[in-house]
Design a protein. Structure first.
Length: 184
């Protein structure tokens, strides 16, 4: 709405009234402010809820089967590759880097596993014992270990496990079953 008033020089100038003076416009502005305020409140609640909400850690038992073969042996150091099937993480592939710490049977050693799953990489360390091979060339493997981090969903993962399996010295094929608990 506008009004006309003469100024000091007798000129008539048109002055607009602010839109909030008109009742209909004022009601529309109030409705718009309520809508914008409500949207802002909803967004704020969603952001603050997401910031406060922490994922709960889940501890669960798991089993993995590993089938692989040694691909290199240099002195006391070795490297093997594995196909991994996990009850928690699904299928994956692993690289094992290890070192024998005893020169005679039963062989003892340490190893690091880097396992590649679809949802990230999991790293673990363990110690093991390998018995002397029997007449067919098969020895048994026992050991234990823990997770030491990774990427993706495995970044802060904690686990403890025991391993048990066989190693064929003729074919260099290893079959291992890992059982343990996992916390993410």
């Amino acid at each position: 709405m506008s009004t006309s008033q003469p100024n000091a020089h007798g000129e008539i100038r048109t002055r607009r009234r602010p839109p909030w003076r008109d009742a209909a416009r004022r009601a529309a502005l109030i409705r718009a402010a309520v809508v914008v305020g409500t949207i802002g409140l909803i967004i704020w609640a969603g952001i603050s809820g997401a910031a406060v909400a922490r994922p709960t850690k889940t501890k669960r038992a798991y089993t993995e089967t590993l089938t692989g073969a040694r691909i290199s042996l240099h002195g006391a150091s070795f490297e093997s590759v594995y196909k991994v099937v996990s009850t928690v993480n699904g299928a994956g592939a692993a690289i094992q880097d290890g070192t024998f710490t005893a020169p005679t049977f039963p062989l003892t050693g340490t190893e690091t596993f880097t396992t590649y799953f679809a949802d990230g990489v999991l790293r673990a360390t363990s110690t093991f014992t390998l018995t002397a091979p029997d007449a067919s060339g098969t020895g048994t493997i026992t050991g234990s270990g823990k997770c030491v981090g990774g990427t993706g969903v495995h970044k802060r993962e904690k686990c403890a496990f025991k391993l048990k399996g066989t190693y064929n010295s003729t074919t260099t094929v290893t079959n291992v079953t890992v059982t343990g608990t996992d916390t993410r």
